[in-house]
Ligand binder design. Structure first.
Ligand code: PA5
Length: 432
């Protein structure tokens, strides 16, 4: 990926960061890079995620996926939530074509939605992919039990078409062992939201026939660019600029890809940024946007609202294109001379320029096309940007105590164990 920070500089934007400020921040980037490299070399928790391009065994993932997939497979239902769903969803939503099995993600425990999703599937030709690092997440386990029962009610053997990805031990591992299900292990030291380039994110892609090696090659190429200077490394340029802008008042980061295929990527980014950096009263609030759609809603706020935002564009150089048919109405003749791709490019250029003209900071992230290689690079680059930002903030990027608190409270409230978090909720409820 390429990163252009020109429209985030103090000479054009407020808040903005001056070249001199970035130069002095670069010493901290160099120190952070050393820390990151040391963490990667030692395989430390979290930093290990940046080793995935060389550690992930794609053959193992493909073999496990092959055990449940056949030429007739019409859908793959991934049951998982947060980091156990968003990486996989980003990949299949970006890459799936009409011929591929439909990739569905059951994360929420909304009964009406879940039952209607299940009702529309042909379970005879559906594959189930259950993913939970801990193997204890209530939403995932509950949804899986509902899915399993739906298969049983339809007289379909779920054990023949279910694949499990989880930790070395835990309730989900026990279940996989008990039924001899094909299973993969979440690599040690890789937190959920950093696991897109492991089995967690790749089983669904394998079932859909995507090139897992190319995903890792793109990520590896991005890893090669990690050096001790933000002026030489696109990922660090992004992480350091976002951090510097936050320190200057841009506490909101709107991620706005200009490609429908990358809509879920914005959701993945929002989780990565929020759950990794939102600690110790610090962190930038990520917002999901989509170009050109959100030009007709959020752009007004971004250009004329409070000066508390960075807009991050993702632009895609090459896309399939479609001619706009000519028309008999003179005022619309300009459209007939263009393609939809040219219109989308014009929308992007116009939005970027309109923010710059109003002195609002933006960063442009460029990828060549939406394919496995480029997507692998984008995911890896943003993970590295996030790890760098975490070092600059001085937070523990790889933990998520607030998320864990709520997970324990939920389980405790349902009688799934004795947790002080559940008692705290019960006490608060009694006070009402
Ligand atoms: O990034 C994280 O750690 C979380 O978002 C988890 O991925 C999420 O809570 C799901 O956890 P698990 O994979 O243990 O079911």
């Amino acid at each position: 990926m390429n990163v252009d920070i020109g429209n985030a500089l103090a000479s054009v934007a407020s808040p903005g960061v001056s070249r001199e400020a970035l130069e002095s921040l670069d010493d901290q980037v160099a120190a952070a890079h050393e820390r990151i490299e040391a963490g990667m070399d030692a395989g430390e928790h979290g930093y290990e995620a940046l080793n995935l391009p060389e550690r992930t065994e794609t053959d193992e993932i493909r073999l496990a996926a092959d055990r449940v997939t056949g030429p007739e497979t019409s859908a793959i239902v991934t049951v998982g939530i947060g980091g156990s769903a968003l990486g996989a969803a980003t990949i299949t939503d970006a890459l799936n074509g009409e011929e591929d099995p439909e990739a569905i993600y059951l994360d929420n425990v909304d009964p009406e939605w879940l039952t209607s999703e299940l009702a529309r599937l042909d379970l005879e030709t559906t594959v189930v992919n259950v993913v939970s690092r801990s193997g204890t997440t209530a939403e995932t386990l509950a949804n899986f039990l509902v899915v399993r029962e739906a298969f049983e009610s339809a007289g379909v053997d779920w054990t023949e078409r279910t694949i499990v990805t989880t930790g070395e031990s835990g309730p989900l591992r026990d279940l996989a062992d008990r039924h001899d299900l094909p299973s993969l292990t979440v690599p040690d030291g890789v937190p959920g939201r950093f696991s897109a380039l492991s089995a967690v994110g790749m089983v669904a892609a394998a079932v859909c026939g995507h090139d897992l090696d190319a995903l890792l090659e793109g990520a590896a190429a991005e890893a090669e660019t990690l050096t001790g200077s933000l002026f030489e490394c696109p990922a660090y340029a992004y992480g350091a600029t976002a951090y510097a802008l936050d320190a200057r008042g841009a506490g909101i980061n709107a991620m706005m890809p200009y490609a429908e295929a990358l809509e879920t990527y914005a959701e993945w980014f929002a989780q990565l940024w929020a759950e990794s950096l939102g600690k110790d009263d610090l962190g930038q609030t990520p917002v999901r946007a989509l170009g050109a759609t959100d030009q007709h809603s959020q752009l007004q706020l971004y250009r004329a609202g409070p000066r508390d935002k960075l807009v991050t564009f993702v632009s895609v150089e090459e896309t399939a294109d479609c001619e706009i048919p000519s028309t008999e109405v003179d005022d619309l003749a300009y459209l007939g001379d263009a393609t939809l791709g040219e219109l989308l490019d014009a929308e992007f250029e116009a939005t970027e320029a309109s923010l710059a003209a109003a002195g609002r900071p933006s960063v442009r992230v460029e990828i060549e096309r939406v394919d496995e290689f480029e997507l692998g690079g984008l995911l890896y680059g943003m993970e590295a940007a996030c790890v760098l930002a975490g070092e600059l903030y001085g937070v523990n990027t790889f933990e998520q105590p607030a998320v864990e608190w709520a997970k324990k409270a939920t389980r405790g409230l349902l009688g799934g164990g004795e947790f002080e978090e559940a008692e705290a909720v019960a006490e608060k409820t009694e006070l009402r």
